[in-house]
Design a protein around this ligand. Structure first.
Ligand code: NAP
Length: 248
């Protein structure tokens, strides 16, 4: 039977690129998304047409009940889980700290941090040999913002990704002896719609001169790092944060 990968936030961007590459490598897929049903279903049809077994499930990962339902759907469809890619994440419009209210902070930490914790928890319950599982791999999407801080843009998002780095380091140690590897990927400036969501579609153009490789990255270049960490080729790698940032 194919290995099963759950990718949160798979309707577009890095999540969708990861789904395409994972399908090409033979994984069966659970594609989670929050609201872009049409995009997720179009991707699902495309993958199914090329022979991949897949489902698409709407769930806001910041909401515990919705996460529980997402994993119930996964259990019903596949009865196993080999890889979780904690990719769902969001940005709010660029702002300084003085303009950040609690509602914004709850949205940013909810989707990026609480969502990753809840999905990791449900994955560990299914993968850990302590709970009768067969082991597995978790890949968390952090960001170079965790190191750079994103001043005047979104230090809330940067801090949330800092929490993802700590989750990766701590959980990797917690479950290492139970057959689960946990790693993180820290993308730099990647060509997706997330920058428009932050209010500046041309952000990469403005900042690309600060990238030693001189350009933004493509979602596929991040997907390849995710797939490597997810697979057996990375069998001795856990608790690692892999920067995919053109040297920035
Ligand atoms: P994107 O194009 O904005 O896509 C984000 C995806 O996450 C969408 O599929 C979205 O679903 C989903 N999502 C957002 N909030 C969600 C929630 N609460 N529950 C479930 N799904 C949710 O972003 P991206 O650029 O591909 O980024 C993917 C990951 O990489 C994120 O964690 C991001 O922080 C990280 N990252 C990106 C960059 C970059 O330059 N692009 C750099 C560093 C890190 P809907 O479309 O259905 O809402």
């Amino acid at each position: 039977m194919s290995k099963v990968m759950l990718i949160t936030g798979a309707s577009r961007g890095i999540g969708a690129a990861t789904a395409r590459l994972a399908a090409a490598q033979g994984y069966a897929l659970c594609l989670n998304y929050r609201e872009r049903r049409e995009a997720a279903e179009a991707l699902l049809r495309q993958l199914e047409a090329s022979g991949t077994e897949a489902i698409a499930v709407a769930a806001d990962v910041a909401d515990e009940e919705q996460v529980m339902r997402l994993f119930e759907r996964l259990d019903q469809a596949f009865g196993r889980l080999d890889v979780l890619v904690n990719n769902a994440g969001l940005l709010e419009p660029q702002a300084r700290l003085e303009q950040m209210d609690a509602a914004r902070l709850q949205r940013v930490f909810g989707a990026n941090v609480i969502g990753s914790f809840l999905c990791a928890r449900e994955a560990v319950k299914r993968m850990s040999t302590r709970h009768g599982g067969q082991g597995g791999a978790i890949v968390n999407l952090s960001s170079m913002a965790a190191r750079l801080g994103a001043p005047n843009e979104y230090i809330d998002y940067a801090a949330a990704k800092g929490a993802i780095d700590s989750l990766t380091i701590g959980l990797a140690k917690e479950v290492a002896a139970e057959g689960i590897r946990v790693n993180g990927v820290r993308p730099g400036l990647i060509h997706t719609d997330i920058h428009a969501s932050g209010g500046e579609p041309g952000r990469i153009e403005r900042l690309k001169s600060s990238v030693p490789l001189g350009r933004g990255g493509d979602p596929e270049e991040v997907a390849r790092a995710i797939l490597w960490l997810a697979g057996d080729e990375a069998s001795y790698t856990t608790g690692t944060l892999l920067d995919v940032s053109g040297g920035r």
